[in-house]
Ligand binder design. Structure first.
Ligand SMILES: *[C@@H]1O[C@H](CO)[C@@H](O)[C@H](O)[C@H]1NC(C)=O
Ligand SMILES: *[C@@H]1O[C@H](CO)[C@@H](O)[C@H](O)[C@H]1NC(C)=O
Ligand SMILES: *[C@@H]1O[C@H](CO)[C@@H](O)[C@H](O)[C@H]1NC(C)=O
Ligand SMILES: *[C@@H]1O[C@H](CO)[C@@H](O)[C@H](O)[C@H]1NC(C)=O
Ligand SMILES: *[C@@H]1O[C@H](CO)[C@@H](O)[C@H](O)[C@H]1NC(C)=O
Ligand SMILES: *[C@@H]1O[C@H](CO)[C@@H](O)[C@H](O)[C@H]1NC(C)=O
Ligand SMILES: *[C@@H]1O[C@H](CO)[C@@H](O)[C@H](O)[C@H]1NC(C)=O
Ligand SMILES: *[C@@H]1O[C@H](CO)[C@@H](O)[C@H](O)[C@H]1NC(C)=O
Ligand SMILES: *[C@@H]1O[C@H](CO)[C@@H](O)[C@H](O)[C@H]1NC(C)=O
Length: 807
């Protein structure tokens, strides 16, 4: 039976008075008619064919009335935009969406229970229409909108759809379960747009960063209009002064802003109808910084090739093997007796929030003592916080809860977990890293009987549902309010970890300001492929390095788009950009000034001792790892060399010149067309020559060459350049040397032969060996055999740590 004749029969037999949209691409449902779950073709389609509205399967025999992007073909895998009944799916038989003559739009479940309605009424005749912008509206004949789906978003905003004081975005529970999850985006009582985690056991503010006061995060509390939206070009603006634009600012076919099930807020776009969605902006660059990921006593770790993984603290086990959000529970019986407890230390591990108090200038022993004395102290985080050079001051953060755990080489503190003295833990923590299974959250079958309707039943269920939602809401608000009060007392803990977005300082300079600052470009301090660098002093007396770009043929809009992204990249091992100037054809970049110049200059003037060299290798690796894996827009450097590694007053390295070659997001990394050669001969990976796809491994290769030079103290790359101008030959020669070394093995003899004579005997041979092994791995001909930058960081850091622990 064809669909139309089936509908005809259906309407005659089962539902007298039934009239369907005449064809399945109608955008309007008129008063007195209904959509039935039974027929999958029975959907509203917007006039421009972009959106559909209808019953969408969310499980076995479970349906939700939804709006989705009308992809070329997506029977079960559409990009959903809105849902009417996400928490109460309906049966696959006899459920209908009915536009009553009274003007009320009701969704009934099989037994005729009303699970959702718009609660509208109208004397005049109404119709339900799916507009071209994805808004489902109830309109009168004269075009007055009396209800619209834009006013009750679920987890997605479309362009020009405002988020207001009455609305919020709530994430889905999991990738396959669309019911309400734990992450919420809404305006708080202080008019600030916030992302909060509101989970089963606790709730916390995730974004903007909790310990930043709103103004530090670039937010304003003064505008009470509470409205946020993004335009079709990709600019997001909010009345609290949050403005951001997507990395692909400009005309795109479609955009959406979704609070994903994993707790990250992302803007997606797609260029054309058939291509897949790409992320063009996201609130969190570090996925483990999203709260609640691994639950109480769980620790999140991000491994680029695998994604987020969770593990339990030593002595704890997973509470429910199917759900990480419930976290872990102790395998021991906790005791309050001081004499029976001790601590288990985990390096590079953070547990965010729930500080009982913050103790500054407390030694480790004092902190242990303090935590032992308090029964509510479950453990503490101990770290040195940089105050004024050369002072690192110890901070002690005793915790009443161990939540929001994450582990990463960039976190410089150590977690101490309180455990009974009697318990024995293996040192091989983490014992098991369990990947977050995205397909977990098994879709359950909706078991419902198709009963006859029962008069008041529907009203009762509706009332129950409404009051339940109300109570939950109030509870949530109280929790959030309570937590905000607490955290406002804790804002002193402004312990910068290098992730903070440059909130305020970044600005635009005029060309005349630039001329004044550099005294008409008098003092040249460097020259590179992209331009010349001058020393200058800004009006506020900060000394700056001002780079004048030679090849400024880029349009202003693209320049600004790229600059604003680079300006937001902030890490202690990356040079900080203070601002820019774009006037006429002038393009200048204003950076912080580095007192000790470049690594290249320091290597050739032989000023670096062994400790400094190791520190430079580790810091450079951290900076690159951050660029590749953690920062907002994943950036390839493409020109890593000693000239681009600058040293500050304490000889900490900062990588410069990143982001200039081109900003890439991950989707484009595989793009083989990205093969215009860039970089500096001698440091360039073989992929450039062989026209292979360019990945972050090109930077790993260059880093390997740099580390060799740090060890040897000679300009390795230059040697090869001098001897032969053929690029092929350079590589072959370097590879020959490497093969020899690998063949011989990294022996003490080799190390002693290689190491820069300037260092004398004052070096740690084991660490040199580690460095050399890392360097050899990095310059591997085969890019897949090279480690990632974060693996390099881990190798170098944990090597350091193990040594310290043994001492
Ligand atoms: C659903 O879509 C996602 C993303 O577009 C894709 O990765 C996945 O393979 C699709 N699943 C099915 C069953 O088609
Ligand atoms: C908000 O931004 C506007 C323009 O960008 C600026 O004039 C204003 O001072 C900002 N308000 C606050 C409180 O920062
Ligand atoms: C949108 O962003 C672009 C690029 O950042 C900027 O040039 C433009 O002024 C912004 N538009 C609005 C309306 O904020
Ligand atoms: C408050 O924000 C809205 C929306 O961004 C804007 O239109 C309005 O002018 C702002 N009001 C004030 C007083 O800044
Ligand atoms: C784990 O959670 C699932 C779903 O919430 C539940 O069905 C199951 O009984 C739980 N398992 C245990 C051991 O508690
Ligand atoms: C914890 O206490 C319970 C009851 O007091 C006991 O049955 C259990 O064996 C104890 N567990 C451990 C690990 O000591
Ligand atoms: C930390 O304590 C030491 C001695 O215990 C003292 O000399 C130093 O001034 C203290 N520093 C701060 C920032 O309080
Ligand atoms: C994820 O879960 C699905 C269904 O529960 C299972 O089939 C799959 O093997 C799991 N994947 C991993 C990596 O655990
Ligand atoms: C989705 O998750 C919720 C909460 O865990 C659960 O009650 C519901 O049964 C799940 N729905 C489906 C369709 O799996």
């Amino acid at each position: 039976m064809s669909a139309p004749s089936f509908l005809l029969v259906l309407s005659l037999i089962i539902l007298p008075g039934f009239s369907s949209p005449t064809s399945h691409d109608s955008d309007t449902l008129s008063e007195g008619s209904r959509l039935a779950v039974k027929n999958p073709d029975h959907v509203l389609v917007s006039a421009n064919n972009v959106f559909s509205a209808g019953f969408y399967p969310v499980g076995d025999n479970a349906y939700c009335f939804a709006i989705w992007f009308n992809d070329p073909y997506c029977p079960h895998n559409c990009t959903l935009v809105w849902m009417a009944n996400r928490d109460v799916p309906v049966n696959g038989r006899r459920s209908t969406l009915f536009l009553l003559q009274t003007g009320n739009l009701v969704l009934t479940d099989a037994g005729k229970n009303v699970v959702w309605s718009t609660d509208t009424s109208s004397a005049s005749s109404l119709s339900l229409r799916l507009l071209n912008n994805g808004n489902l509206v109830l309109v009168t004949e004269v075009g007055v909108i009396i209800w619209q789906s834009f006013n009750s978003p679920t987890d997605t905003l479309l362009s020009w759809q405002p988020l207001t004081r009455e609305t919020q975005l709530v994430s889905s529970r999991s990738r396959s379960n669309f019911s309400s999850g734990f992450y919420k985006l809404s305006f708080d009582d202080a008019n600030v747009l916030r992302l909060i985690y509101d989970g089963p056991d606790f709730s916390s503010i995730m974004w903007p960063d909790n310990w930043l006061r709103s103004f530090q995060a670039g937010r304003s509390e003064y505008n009470s209009s509470r409205i946020a939206l993004f335009d079709s070009l990709g600019n997001f603006t909010s009345s609290d002064n949050l403005t951001t634009s997507s990395s692909d600012y400009g005309a795109r076919l479609q955009r959406r802003l979704t609070l994903d099930f994993d707790g990250n807020l992302r803007m997606y776009s797609r260029q054309d109808w058939k291509s897949s969605w790409v992320v063009s902006w996201q609130a969190f660059s570090h996925p483990c910084k999203i709260h609640g990921t691994c639950g109480p006593y769980g620790v999140c770790r991000y491994i680029p090739s695998v994604g987020r993984t969770c593990s339990c603290l030593p002595g704890f086990k997973m509470k429910n093997l199917t759900d990480w959000s419930l976290g872990c529970e102790p395998e021991f019986n906790a005791s309050c007796a001081q004499t029976e407890s001790t601590f288990f230390g985990l390096a590079h591990t953070e547990m965010y929030g729930y500080d009982i108090q913050i103790y500054i200038n407390y030694t480790l022993d004092m902190c242990k003592e303090l935590c032992l004395q308090r029964c509510d102290c479950k453990g503490f985080v101990f770290k040195y916080v940089f105050q004024n050079y050369p002072d690192y001051v110890p901070y002690c953060f005793p915790k009443s809860q161990l939540l929001n755990g994450y582990r990463g080489p960039n976190f410089r503190g150590k977690l101490y977990v309180k455990v009974p003295k009697t318990s024995e833990f293996s040192n091989s923590w983490p014992r098991k890293q369990i990947g977050l299974n995205c397909s977990a959250g098994v879709v359950t079958k909706l078991e419902r009987k198709y009963e006859k309707s029962q008069g008041n039943g529907s009203v009762a269920i509706l009332l129950w549902f409404v009051s339940a939602v109300g109570i939950l809401e109030v509870l949530g608000m109280v929790l959030v309010w309570f937590f905000m009060i607490r955290t406002q007392q804790n804002t002193a803990a402004a312990t910068n970890q290098g992730y903070v977005l440059a909130g305020t300082g970044f600005r635009r300079f005029t060309y005349s300001e630039m001329k004044n600052a550099t005294r008409n470009f008098a003092e040249e301090i460097g020259k590179g492929a992209s331009g010349t660098v001058y020393k200058g002093m800004l009006d506020d007396h900060r000394v700056a390095a001002i780079k004048r770009l030679d090849d400024a043929n880029e349009g202003e809009a693209e320049f600004l788009a790229e600059i604003s992204i680079i300006g937001k990249i902030n890490h202690m091992n990356l040079i900080e950009m203070w601002g820019y100037c774009a006037e006429g054809k002038h393009r200048l970049l204003v950076y912080e000034y580095m007192e000790h110049g470049s690594l290249a200059a320091n290597l050739s003037s032989k000023t670096l001792d062994w400790k400094q060299r190791y520190q430079i290798a580790v810091g450079t690796a951290k900076g690159l790892a951050y660029l590749h894996e953690e920062c907002l827009e994943w950036v390839l450097h493409c020109d890593v060399k000693p000239q681009n590694i600058l040293l500050d007053s304490t000889f900490q390295p900062k990588v410069s010149d990143f982001g200039l070659s081109r900003l890439l997001n991950r989707g484009e990394l595989d793009n083989p067309s990205f093969s215009r050669i860039r970089g500096t001969r001698g440091y360039m990976a073989p992929e450039w020559l062989h026209k292979q796809p360019i990945t972050s491994k090109v930077d790993v290769y260059s880093f390997g060459v740099v580390v060799m030079e740090i060890i040897i103290g000679k300009n390795l790359a230059m040697q090869f350049q001098d001897s032969d101008n053929m690029e092929e030959a350079e590589h072959r020669k370097l590879q020959d040397v490497i093969r020899e070394m690998k063949h011989a093995g990294v022996t003490d003899a080799l190390v002693k032969e290689l190491v820069d004579p300037e260092m004398g005997c004052d070096f740690d041979i084991n660490k040199v060996k580690t460095l050399l092994r890392v360097a050899l791995n990095c310059v591997n001909q085969d890019r897949d055999s090279r480690p990632t930058m974060s693996q390099v960081v881990e190798t170098l850091l944990y090597q350091t740590n193990d040594d310290e622990e043994q001492n």
